[in-house]
Design a protein around this ligand. Structure first.
Ligand SMILES: NC(=O)C1=CN([C@@H]2O[C@H](COP(=O)(O)OP(=O)(O)OC[C@H]3O[C@@H](n4cnc5c(N)ncnc54)[C@H](OP(=O)(O)O)[C@@H]3O)[C@@H](O)[C@H]2O)C=CC1
Ligand SMILES: N[C@@H](CC(=O)OP(=O)(O)O)C(=O)O
Length: 346
């Protein structure tokens, strides 16, 4: 089965990752690339400042970039990936949805809307059922599915594993890579020999999105998980890979090895881009792992890596890491697209 896909915002940092990850995908064939008016009409290779570490696939280099409107996208495209700035996405995504397109979006607009599935396929695939609610409420023929923020997606699989011990409270501090801010997001003068203890909007996203992802869906409404989550977000001079220090309060008192085992044995999902094991966990003999440079490409950048697990007075503390532009962005949207196909929404 071949599914024709398009990328909205294909020339940007995340758009380029989509192109890299879709190259030789077993099901998805890239049939449309869109960007702003300034890029429309140009060859992709001309419009995009290519910054990914593998060459532009030949057939994509010559593809014409089209405007980001439903009329400009060929009719045979079944699934759109969206990597537009969120302000642009909130204006243009609805037009595609009204036109019947299924959109797997990485942009942050609408992630917390009660009728929009915010999905990590291994954690909450059942939340896709919200599409029925969405269609009924908004009158769309298409469907909008979001993946979470990159810092949120790094932590939530580990919290899901901890929930078997009664997850009550989470405190997390992040060390986020500069690629998360986009190519021109922070200047070298700001970040070299430095750390920035504020990333606009990021803390609130971690605090709210994680409770939606861990929440329960009864077929009509989604209840947020009642854990109290508080985040502190920091930018550091790594290129890719967000590292996070998590402190979780639990109702039960598992020992560190039980926690490691719960993380290692969290079930995965059988989809083409999914890792074989969702969470890799370093034992106490390697307390200095995970590290961004060494561990961000584990399982092609789609796994979460944890370590430093120790018990505390009210639960457990540990570190976790994921590749922010792969598992945290383009790879996450592609995995959601694979789930949409698997579950018959496309
Ligand atoms: N960078 C990262 O690691 C992460 C980013 N994200 C999110 O993903 C989204 C994209 O981020 P990123 O790739 O870094 O952004 P970029 O600025 O690199 O790319 C933006 C893309 O959107 C296009 N675009 C901009 N304005 C318009 C417009 N008015 N109409 C149509 N297309 C437009 C650009 O086209 P053109 O080239 O023509 O300007 C480009 O293709 C954002 O919502 C961001 O928050 C999420 C997680 C991680
Ligand atoms: N804010 C994230 C990247 C990002 O764009 O997140 P979101 O998908 O929530 O907009 C970072 O700086 O690392």
């Amino acid at each position: 089965m071949t599914v024709h896909v398009g990328i909205l915002g294909a020339t940007g940092a995340v758009g380029q990752r989509f192109i890299q990850l879709l190259d030789e995908h077993p099901t998805f064939e890239l049939a449309a690339v869109t960007a702003s008016e300034a890029s429309a009409g140009k060859r992709y290779a001309e419009a995009a400042k290519w910054r990914v570490d593998t060459p532009i696939p030949e057939e994509i280099a010559d593809m014409e970039v089209v405007e980001t409107t439903p009329e400009a996208v060929p009719d045979d495209v079944d699934l759109l990936f969206s990597s537009l700035p969120s302000g642009v996405a909130s204006d243009v995504e609805p037009a595609f949805l009204e036109d019947g397109y299924v959109v797997s979006s990485n942009s942050s607009n609408d992630r917390m809307a009660p009728d929009v599935p915010l999905t990590i396929p291994e954690i909450n695939p059942d939340h896709l059922g919200l599409i029925e609610v969405q269609r009924e409420e908004r009158g769309w023929d298409g469907a909008l599915v979001k993946n979470p923020n990159c810092s949120t997606i790094t932590m939530v699989p580990t919290l899901s594993a901890l929930d078997e011990f009664g997850l009550e409270r989470v405190r997390v501090s992040t060390l986020q890579a500069v690629s998360g801010a986009g190519y021109s997001g922070v200047t070298s003068m700001e970040i070299i020999d430095n750390a920035l203890p504020h990333i606009g909007g990021e803390e609130e996203k971690m605090e709210t999105e994680s409770r939606k992802l861990l929440g329960s869906f009864d077929g009509a409404e989604l209840d947020l998980h009642d854990a109290d989550v508080s985040a502190s977000c920091n930018r550091i001079p790594t290129i890719d890979g967000h590292l996070e220090n998590v402190f979780a309060a639990l109702a039960e008192e598992p020992d560190a090895e039980e926690v490691r085992e719960a993380m290692r044995s969290l079930p995965g999902i059988d989809l083409p881009s999914a890792p074989d094991q969702l969470i890799h966990v370093f034992g106490e003999e390697q307390p200095d792992r995970p590290q961004p440079r060494l561990d961000r490409t584990t399982e092609n950048g789609m796994a979460v890596v944890a370590g430093g697990v120790e018990t505390t007075v009210d639960g457990v503390k540990y570190n976790c890491l994921a590749h922010n532009t792969i598992r945290g962005a383009a790879g996450a949207s592609i995995l959601n697209g694979e789930l949409l196909v698997e579950e018959g929404w496309i």
